[in-house]
Ligand binder design. Structure first.
Ligand code: GLN
Length: 509
């Protein structure tokens, strides 16, 4: 085997395997980072998962890790394993745009707490991943820098808003990435790229330094190709942070041991609830999505779980409530992009005109649409009718979850109603785009944790189908236990995780 092909193979390994190989001296961090940089150079043209690559910074971290390891310094588990970070997180000295032209050229003077934790874990940062502008979207087509393409089929969307983070995993450009999930932006991209993504309990991961979309819904989380890899990153990211007033003051859930426990494939005593309103039982879901979902339920039963049906009637209104609450909070959060403090400035004769011209030029259509919606919903006279009503629905959704979790340990559904659609297909139809998140949004409204992991390929189009698991707040570990069990059961059939079977891309020479 030539040196190049053995390096290329490392990009196919799991993060856990990379960590073990580093510890055993089988490979160096510089070799791992270089293999991924080579892979990015070869495939990121057509995939466009990254907005910015920091080759020098990643290699520098890798060299320092290798030197410390050689000197016998004790290192964190993921030290030397490379990572990609969604461009919503500020990174000191590295461009951060949140996918928006309004932040083009902005270099943050500080690190987000999660960025800092990644650095403390000694993980080389390969670069920043593409996303829908300010995390608004389900396809990454709203990025101000052009769409990301799904490695399973380059003519299709990789999900959004974190399409870059998911596509980077599926294209083997990074073994781990970070995402943010306000209504599904970690779980829906995971679903359509056959990768794993977790939205932790609200407050479980610090939001300090994450460019806010809707503060009461936003949550950062780990993305990987396996449940265990995702758990390893979750433990790096999580934990209390005094810089975030909503940060939970409690230990990070023991998600790594839960993932290891789940891999033993024994779910005796676990009660799994199928949410009627999210299961596609009333139609509207692609046939292959429903089929793979049913098969995954059968696997859970085979491993000893009891599967029951539960009903959450208020979920019917969750999407509508979300699209009032989110634009309201977003319109307020985005007011800070005023041409004075950050990024783009389109100079005009007065401050007001400069501000107007900057926002008109710097924001894309979807962002403008939501600012207008949110400003309207919050205006005097409409506040009670729209924002107030949406908040009441939010309470009802929370109560539905409470009632459902009184009957079972976790809730499950397909993550998305369909496999990935074609780029361009829904861009002019905001409602069709919004409907993608029908199954993921309730978790954000209630602040509970959720995971998406692969449950197979749809027979009709051969494209990935995701399985969603939801748990009560603070019980993130349950996601990993059940997820790892399902993953192990599926892997026995596929000969490994489905994410490892993404088609080989045409490699640029
Ligand atoms: N697609 C949803 C939206 O556009 C979710 C976005 C997100 O989770 N950041 O609002």
């Amino acid at each position: 085997m030539s040196e190049t092909s053995s390096l290329t193979d490392w990009t196919r390994a799991t993060a856990a395997r990379m960590a073990d190989a580093l510890a055993a001296g089988e490979v160096t961090s510089v070799e791992l980072v270089q293999a991924h940089l080579d892979r990015i150079a070869a495939v990121d043209g057509p995939v466009h998962a990254f907005l910015h690559i920091d080759a020098e910074g990643a290699l520098e971290t890798a060299r320092a890790v290798d030197a410390d390891r050689a000197a016998g310094v004790s290192l964190p588990r993921l030290a030397g394993v490379p990572i990609g970070i969604k461009d919503v997180l500020v990174t000191k000295g590295l461009p951060t745009t949140a996918g928006s032209r309004i932040l083009e050229g902005w270099i943050p003077p500080y690190d987000a707490t999660v960025t800092r934790r990644v650095r403390e874990a000694r993980m080389p940062i390969l670069g920043k991943t593409n996303m829908d502008e300010f995390a608004m979207g389900s396809s990454t087509e709203h990025s101000g820098y052009g769409p990301t393409h799904n490695p399973w089929d380059l003519s299709r969307i990789p999900g959004g808003s974190g399409g870059g983070s998911a596509a980077a995993l599926a294209a083997f450009e990074a073994p781990l990435t970070i995402g943010s999930d306000t209504g599904g932006s970690i779980r829906q991209p995971a679903s359509v790229t056959a990768t794993v993504g977790v939205k932790p309990t609200y407050g479980g991961v610090s939001r300090f330094g994450a460019i806010a979309l809707a503060s009461s819904l936003d949550q950062l989380g780990p993305c990987g190709r396996t449940v265990l890899d995702t758990a390893l990153l979750h433990e790096v990211m999580g934990g209390h942070d005094e810089m975030d007033a909503t940060s939970l003051d409690e230990p990070v859930p023991a998600v790594v041991s839960a993932a290891l426990e789940g891999a033993a494939m024994d779910l005796t005593g676990v009660k799994v609830g199928v949410v009627r309103e999210l299961s596609g039982a009333d139609g509207g879901y692609q046939a292959g999505v429903t089929q793979r979902f049913e098969e995954s339920l059968a696997r859970l039963r085979d491993m000893g779980a009891e599967v029951v049906e539960v009903s959450c009637p208020s979920f019917e209104y969750a999407l509508a409530a979300y699209y009032v609450i989110l634009p309201s909070e977003a319109s307020s959060n985005l007011a800070k992009f005023d041409s004075v403090r950050f990024g783009l400035r389109v100079e005009r004769s007065t401050v007001e005109k400069t501000m107007l011209a900057t926002r008109a030029e710097g924001f894309g259509d979807e962002v403008k649409r939501r600012i207008i919606l949110g400003t309207y919903a919050l205006s005097a006279g409409y506040y009670d009718a729209y924002y107030g009503s949406a908040q009441k629905v939010r309470t009802l959704v929370q109560r539905d979850f409470d009632a459902a979790f009184a009957q079972c340990d976790v809730l499950v559904s397909p993550t998305t109603p369909t496999t990935p659609f074609k780029i361009g297909e829904r861009i002019d139809d905001p409602l069709a785009m919004y409907l993608n998140d029908i199954a993921t949004i309730p978790a954000n409204l209630a602040g509970i944790p959720g995971m998406s992991l692969p449950s197979g390929l749809a027979p009709e189009d051969g494209l990935p189908v995701g399985f969603q698991i939801l748990a009560p707040a603070h019980e993130d570990a349950r996601l990993y236990r059940i997820g790892a069990a399902l993953e192990a059961s599926l892997a026995a059939e596929w000969g490994g995780p489905l994410s490892a079977q993404a088609p080989e891309l045409e490699v640029a020479q």
